[in-house]
Design a protein around this ligand. Sequence first.
Ligand SMILES: C[S@@+](CC[C@H](N)C(=O)[O-])C[C@H]1O[C@@H](n2cnc3c(N)ncnc32)[C@H](O)[C@@H]1O
Length: 254
Amino acid sequence: MASKEAYIHMMFSSIVGNYDFVNNLLSFNRDKYWRKFAVSKIEPEAGEQVLDVATGTGALALELARKIGKEGKVVGVDFSREMLGRARGKLAKKGCCNIELICAKAEVLPFPDGTFDYVSVGFALRNMTEMGQTLQEMTRVLKLGGKMICLEFSQPRHKIFRRIYYFYIFHILPFLGHAISRNKEAYTYLPKSIAEFYSPFELKQIMEKVGLENIVAYPLTLGIVTTYVAVKKATSNPKRSKKEGWNEIKSMVS
Ligand SMILES: C[S@@+](CC[C@H](N)C(=O)[O-])C[C@H]1O[C@@H](n2cnc3c(N)ncnc32)[C@H](O)[C@@H]1O
């Protein structure tokens, strides 16, 4: 576990320089639309707070900050100081003052129970060593009735389209990613992590298990990406021990 975490940390910290550019290019600029769609699923009221987990260079956090307005606040958390450094630069350039960035692990969020009105995570669950624990932590810091927004790659269901897409992500994307970022490993890891990730059905089951309900999955761009919107159950027990909750989830997904 620790070595996977160190590997992921090192990988993201080493691709910061071109991260946004490569994302826009390899997704044919669709990544911006995917984030906008996810953010459209929140209806913030004045003064509300959002937590963006694994915020990276702050792309999703910036969209959220626009939506939530000056009276609200977005807190972005990531374990890579390099990613956060890039995010800080972007926020300063845009004169964005309603985002706070904190260096922390998604599996152990440094906030009290029920702090946030919304929590979000974009393109990061796949990389988590302890994904169930991360979802559990995100639920814990969410207010009762608060909303969780997850944006993640998924496997397209249409067989022919899936073949074309897999050819692109396994053969073309690593080549382009390497040519631009000079980092072969990161763009070889990406397709593998996408193909091996849970299906929307499985992910919804895990989300239910951590205390979320009314979970709706919105497939985007023929199912390449899915946005999940879920609500924290009024009966969720955020105080149950982390170990207890995580063991239940582990036995369910293994
Ligand atoms: C693919 S990027 C996504 C960034 C951003 N959410 C976006 O939409 O572009 C994944 C991010 O997750 C962060 N990350 C991965 N595992 C993490 C963990 N266990 N705790 C905190 N951050 C983590 C990485 O440092 C990286 O910045």
